[in-house]
Write a protein that binds this ligand. Sequence first.
Ligand code: C2E
Ligand code: CA
Ligand code: CA
Length: 621
Amino acid sequence: MFTALHERLATALPEGRHLPEEVWRRRHRAVLRVAGGQAVGLGVMALLLGRSPLTAGLLALAVAYPLVFTVLPGAGRGLRSAAATASLLAASVVLVYLMEGLTEAHFHFFVMVGLAALYQNWVPFGMALAVVLAHHGVVGTLFPQAVFGHGSAQHSPWTWSLVHGAFVLAASLAHLAAWRLNEQQGLRDPLTGLANRTLLLETTARMLARRSGPTSVLFLDLDDFKDVNDSRGHAVGDELLTTVSQRITGCVRSVDQVARLGGDEFAVVVAGSARTAAEVGERVLGALADPVVVDGRAIHVRVSIGVADSTSAGDRSADTLLRNADLAMYLAKSSGKNRVVVYAEGMERAAQAKAELITDLDSAVAEGQLAVHYQPTVELGEGVTTGYEALLRWQHPTRGLVPPLEFIPLAEESGAIVEIGRWVLTEATRQAAQWSREAGRPIDIAVNLSPRQLLDDDVVSTVRAALADSGLPAAQLTLEVTEGVLIDDVEAVVDVLRALRGLGVRIAIDDFGTGYSSLSYLRRLPADVVKIDRSFVQDLGSGGRSTTLVASIIELARSLELEVVAEGVETEEQHAVLGRLACSHAQGYLFGRPQPAAVQDPATSVEVPLPRTEALLAVRS
Ligand code: C2E
Ligand code: CA
Ligand code: CA
């Protein structure tokens, strides 16, 4: 019961937050001016009331003396505010004394307690209260005339000291209430009711100062929240943020604090190590795995999380801690999103390098640094090349060849992928049209589309324009999308895919088997081709479960009348197993690596037929 009372009291009372330095200085200067003015004023008043110059001087000195402590070198806020408050109250005592306890003179105490409350700190405030009570009780008992102006009070000073004390206390409570409300105002996020950035930084600073163990901060940023806001409207976005804030709050202990930093950014300060914080992060990922239903439609929320602990912040400042967590979040985002990354030394440099790459990417198309390489797709029965997949390459002026897995996520993030993707489409369709003419037979081309292209850009008209400009028949173009695009907003993606198919192009589901979707998902998709991910193909023939899995994908694809392409075929053994499973098409280093168009020539491409028996088996099954 005691703890409950204690907790309630603690939440009702002001926390005694540190005012920002600049605000504190301004208030302190004002208090000092009042204190100095009072010392001089009371000296003059004493003279006017006929006291001796010595008495007047001593009284003025009594008021001014505490101010000495405010200019002591090394004096902190606590000492300086206490000293200024001592001067304010000394003035009240002197005034009451000079006015011979006149009741109206006591009003001065109220004003001084109000001034002390400006510091919004328990030291001066508590001191003001203590002085008032002590002055009335002790001095009032010893020298009643110096404190009380009327006879009844002089006879029973303690009673009147209690009456005065009660009034001062009531005034103080009013100040406390104002102080507490001031503190709360502007510290909460209006939408979610969570702490805001200021409060988070203060809580973090306090934990850093008071805890001996490590303190950690998580920085969370929702992935692709902008798309939700753009496509579903701000009201839906707000509802989503509110739900997300509740789910995050459900993942932390009561000692940890969740804050909304603004937009789709959240942070959590955790009393614990980076490991504990990373566990909190994993819990948040788990809590957000269930789609959020707004207006009857499911929205899949993903979040990138950065974690940093106090051992990583050399200066033990809350700002540094939050910045490190932010950096780690940035890397979580650029390494594929929806994950937790713990800050490590050297991440500044990595982040810096990524930021530079993003800037460089902007000019890569214009400067002709991008190139498309082509990897053959072969029809397994006859071993003929039926088409190519266009794979982007970036020849960076100083870094050399940057692999697509490094720069495509960045281009996604920055939005540069939309322009780059358009360029790849134009380039690849033009090349395929040229090859088809030269070879005298249709050469297919597959182009990868990123999620951002699929949702952000007017991708349908881009594709239509590329086909028109190149003269390539739509049926020869396949657009590859990964399962990942589906989890954001299935309906919207399906609509776009339908529209693309309406142009006559084919849709391939890339990296099949690695994403979130299940086999049954395939039925719902407007797709023509399934590309079995390299990771399964690589295990073929090694006796693992991959063979069964690949077999069932092929079986399902056949029943849905989809073409199957096995990716990443490197060995004859894999080739043979695929033949036995009656897989129709394949791609991989065994048949050809991605090469510039000048090196690939479909007219002279070598045929890689299956060994005779395998081919027969494939045809029969
Ligand atoms: P992806 O679409 O799954 O492309 C296949 C990747 O596997 C290519 O990597 C290819 O070089 C590699 N590969 C092919 N055969 C083999 C093999 O036998 N063994 C091994 N170990 N690897 C093989 P790459 O070119 O590095 O591209 C990586 C990813 O970057 C692509 O994966 C694709 O998701 C993305 N990407 C490439 N070009 C584009 C583009 O123009 N637009 C978009 N949005 N993404 C692209
Ligand atoms: Ca692909
Ligand atoms: Ca793939």
